[in-house]
Design a protein around this ligand. Structure first.
Ligand code: FES
Length: 175
C-alpha cells in the first residue's frame, strides 16, 4: 500500500483504535484487490454492520486506511440511503408510506408517533429506544396502514393505538 504521510504508523494505529483490528484487517485485504476504491461500499457496509451506523470518526478512519480522500468516503456514505450516519435506536420503526397506507391514514399515525417520541423522520429518540423511518410498500397492503417495528408488522394501526404500541416496545427495551 502506498502512503501519503510521514507518520503512517501513527495514522494507522489511530484508525485501528477507531475501527478495531478485525475491520482494519478487512480493509487491508480490500486495499490489496485490483481496484481498491471499488471496495469502498463493501468496506462501509462492513463498518456499519459492526457499529450500526457510520460516525464521522469511522469514515475518517476508513479514508486513512484505504488512502482515499475523506470527502469521497463521506460522499459515498451520504449518497446511498442504506448507510446510516447517525446511531439507530434499539428498535426501528418503519411507517409504511405506500399508497394504500397513505390513503388509510399512515400520515396521521406517523404524526402521532413523532408527537409521542419528540422526533421526526430519520431521528432517534433521546432514550435511544426508537428510530423512526418511512418506508415504501411493505407488501401487506391489506393491513393498511402498516407500521413495522423491527421485524414485526402491525396492521390497521390507528393514531390512538400508538401510545400502547410504543409502550410495548419500551417495556421490551427495559427487560
Ligand atoms: S402500501 Fe403499505 S403495505 Fe403496501
Amino acid at each position: 500500500m502506498t502512503t501519503c504521510t510521514d507518520n503512517w504508523e501513527q495514522v494507522e494505529a489511530a484508525a485501528k483504535t477507531v475501527l478495531g483490528e478485525r475491520l482494519a484487517e478487512y480493509i487491508r485485504r480490500a486495499t490489496e484487490k485490483p481496484h481498491p476504491e471499488s471496495q469502498l461500499i463493501a468496506v462501509l457496509h462492513e463498518v456499519q454492520s459492526e457499529f450500526g451506523y457510520l460516525a464521522e470518526a469511522h469514515l475518517d478512519a476508513v479514508a486513512q486506511l484505504m488512502q482515499v480522500p475523506a470527502a469521497k468516503v463521506a460522499g459515498v456514505a451520504s449518497f446511498y440511503h442504506f448507510f446510516r450516519l447517525k446511531p439507530r435506536g434499539k428498535f426501528m420503526i418503519n411507517v409504511c408510506l405506500g399508497t394504500a397506507c397513505y390513503v388509510k391514514g399512515a400520515e396521521r399515525v406517523a404524526q402521532k408517533i413523532t408527537e409521542e417520541l419528540g422526533i421526526t423522520w430519520g431521528e432517534t429518540s433521546k432514550d435511544g429506544v426508537f428510530t423512526l423511518e418511512g418506508s415504501r410498500c411493505l407488501g401487506t397492503c391489506g393491513l393498511a396502514p402498516v407500521v413495522m417495528i423491527d421485524d414485526e408488522i402491525h396492521g390497521e394501526v390507528t393514531p390512538d393505538q400508538v401510545p400502547a404500541l410504543l409502550e410495548k416496545y419500551l417495556k421490551k427495551a427495559r427487560e
